[in-house]
Ligand binder design. Structure first.
Ligand code: EPU
Length: 304
């Protein structure tokens, strides 16, 4: 827990009023979870660096919350500071080059909105991201993907902030894997922007592809209930949804948390689920799938 001195110092460093004991359920797509000790809206890399420096010095836990679409916050909440990236982190800069279009997007921008903007402007490469509800920063940090595409395919460069530096990394300095980004020699950082390289294409062709992806998503994935997308990572060469389905778990519930009957790799909040309901259902799924198939599923959702 932060003491009064730390709280006062944190408020001095932050440009915006801090929300103390802020319920995170309002900031996550699952709609569950207890409060963050502090919710800090950060607007620039400089401010972010000062905050990370302070957190390191004072040994205070912190995380960037992004759009909260891939996290499960425990009912006890998060002891530390949850950072919301706004201001500069929502900006976009488009540079038209002769054979390509280079877009720098702030980490706090919506990935799906960026994809829609590219559609309207006739830039191809981000179609896979249509309908992915997260932020640019969140998507980059986990190499988000769909329909065979992923962030790694288009990322040219990223900017990150540490306690003492603001750094840029080129694609070739980064290691990407399935739903994973590794930045060599860096563990504590916040991604602040991503630069992607796209090509020009007839907007109607892009629109048709995006329409197709959204339609497939509508047909195969649940909507209308709180969820965090695919709950588990796909094991190599297989599909978590297929394995959970095969294990007879569709529709299984703990409290108001349910394995979706539409897509078995989605856990949905039917209304009043607690984080504990979801965690218990997660354990139940892992256990049953392991007994049935010998494969141990790993959550894709980050547990706070
Ligand atoms: N399947 C079942 N039962 C189910 C669900 C799926 O048998 O209840 C089978 C399907 O028939 C299919 C296979 O499992 O043969 C794979 O399912 P699907 O095509 O729906 O794709 P997925 O592997 O479950 C991945 C991503 C999604 C992304 C889709 C489309 C992961 C963990 N998930 O899903 O990403 O939208 O492909 O590209 O990689 C996310 O990461 O949050 C997410 C939604």
């Amino acid at each position: 827990m932060m003491d009064t001195l730390q709280k006062n110092r944190l408020q001095e460093l932050a440009d915006n009023p801090i929300q103390w004991q802020c319920p995170l359920r309002e900031y996550t797509s699952f709609g569950v979870g207890g409060p963050a000790e502090a919710l800090v809206t950060v607007e620039s890399s400089k401010e972010l660096q000062q905050l990370i420096h302070f957190f390191a010095e004072e040994n205070i836990a912190w995380r960037v919350i992004g759009r909260g679409t891939n996290i499960l916050v425990k009912d006890s909440g998060f002891e530390g500071a949850a950072l919301v990236l706004s201001g500069d982190f929502k900006k976009i800069n488009v540079e038209e080059r002769e054979h390509a279009v280079v877009i720098q997007a702030g980490a706090g921008h919506s990935l799906s909105k960026l994809s829609s903007m590219c559609l309207e402007s006739g830039y191809t490469g981000l179609e896979f991201a249509i309908g992915i509800p997260g932020s640019v920063g969140g998507a980059v940090s986990m190499n988000a993907g769909a329909w065979g595409g992923s962030i790694a395919d288009i990322l040219l460069e990223l900017e990150l902030v540490t306690a003492t530096t603001i750094e840029n990394y080129q694609h070739e300095q980064l290691q990407f894997d399935y739903r994973t980004l590794i930045i060599p020699n860096r563990e504590v950082y916040a991604i602040t922007s991503a630069t992607v390289v796209l090509q020009r294409k007839d907007p109607e062709e892009i629109r048709a592809t995006c329409h197709d992806y959204l339609e497939k998503r509508r047909q195969t994935q649940p909507s209308g209930f709180g969820n965090a997308g695919s709950f588990f990572k796909n094991p190599q060469g297989d599909s978590a949804g297929r394995l959970i389905d095969l294990s007879g778990l569709k529709g299984v519930k703990v409290g108001d948390a349910e394995v979706s009957t539409k897509h078995a790799n989605f856990i949905i909040n039917r209304g009043r689920a607690s984080a504990e309901d979801i965690l218990q259902l997660m354990d139940l799924v892992i256990g049953k799938v392991y007994r049935q198939t010998g494969i141990r599923l790993e959550p894709e959702v980050k547990i706070w």
